[in-house]
Design a protein around this ligand. Structure first.
Ligand code: HEC
Length: 224
């Protein structure tokens, strides 16, 4: 008797399931009894989906979709776009004579020459470089005067024509008795110091600036 009732019940449930599953519409997915298994949400990066709209209202879910979920990059991340991208990339020239020459020929400052950059460079030069190079870059800093490091070249005579790429290369790796400054000063800071060294190369003569403090490029510089 029990068996018969069980059989009837099972048959009825099966029939009900089969009848509700069938539909004449070929595009109908049929009865979805676990919809979130069939339809996964189309997730896009940087969007907070939060709750599943099947469980909260679409209104709540839509509000969550409009909320940014991404966090700021961790400290030390290398920028690959934006204003500072040029200062995040590694120095691309090897620490060899060929690398030095190549940097001199190819490497150009990503920083526009401005009054404020030169000013920032001058401040750092005074802190980091004067004890060897001297305040005016003549190679007569305290360490030179007391005889510890002799023959530091004068920027405005011997190094008058030194290109900025070579300066940067030397600041990165060091040269002779000068050590590397790559770990003490940021890349932007190095290019700012170089702008000041370029002023010293001209015997301390500042460039002419426009109303915004941007250096005007002279005819001769334009032609090279
Ligand atoms: C310990 C002393 C010392 C310090 C500090 C120092 N320099 Fe030098 N620098 C030298 C010496 C010595 C040379 C010559 C290197 C050679 O040609 O062998 C030199 C050379 C240079 C050159 C010419 C590089 C080339 O490619 O010929 C530049 C430019 C320069 N220094 C800039 C700087 C700047 C900018 C700073 C500060 C951030 C600095 N130096 C700090 C000692 C120093």
């Amino acid at each position: 008797m029990i068996h018969k009732i069980t059989l009837y019940t099972a048959t009825l449930i099966l029939a009900a399931a089969m009848m509700t599953s069938c539909t004449t519409d070929p595009n109908s997915p049929g009865v979805e009894y676990m919809p979130d298994m069939y339809r996964s949400p189309a997730v896009e990066a940087y969007v907070d989906y939060g709750e599943d709209p099947y469980y909260v209202t679409e209104e709540v879910a839509a509000a969550q979709r409009r909320t940014m979920s991404a966090r700021k990059p961790v400290a030390g991340s290398i920028a690959f776009k934006g204003d500072d991208k040029a200062f995040g990339l590694p120095h691309a020239y090897a620490n060899t004579t060929e690398g030095y020459e190549l940097a001199g020929a190819e490497l150009k400052s990503p920083l526009t020459t401005t009054a404020s950059n030169i000013e920032a460079g001058a401040a750092n030069f005074e802190l980091m470089c004067t004890h060897c190079h001297g305040l005016e870059g003549k190679g007569d800093g305290a360490i030179s005067r007391n005889g510890h490091i002799m023959g530091i070249p004068d920027f405005s005579s011997k190094l008058k024509e030194l290109p900025e790429g070579k300066m940067y290369h030397t600041l990165m790796y060091g040269k002779g008795l000068m050590g590397s400054h790559a770990s003490q000063i940021s890349q932007k800071g190095l290019w700012q110091i170089i702008q000041y060294v370029q002023v010293l190369q001209k015997g301390g003569q500042m460039p002419t600036f426009d109303a915004n403090g941007v250096a005007l490029v002279t005819e001769t510089e334009n032609n090279d």
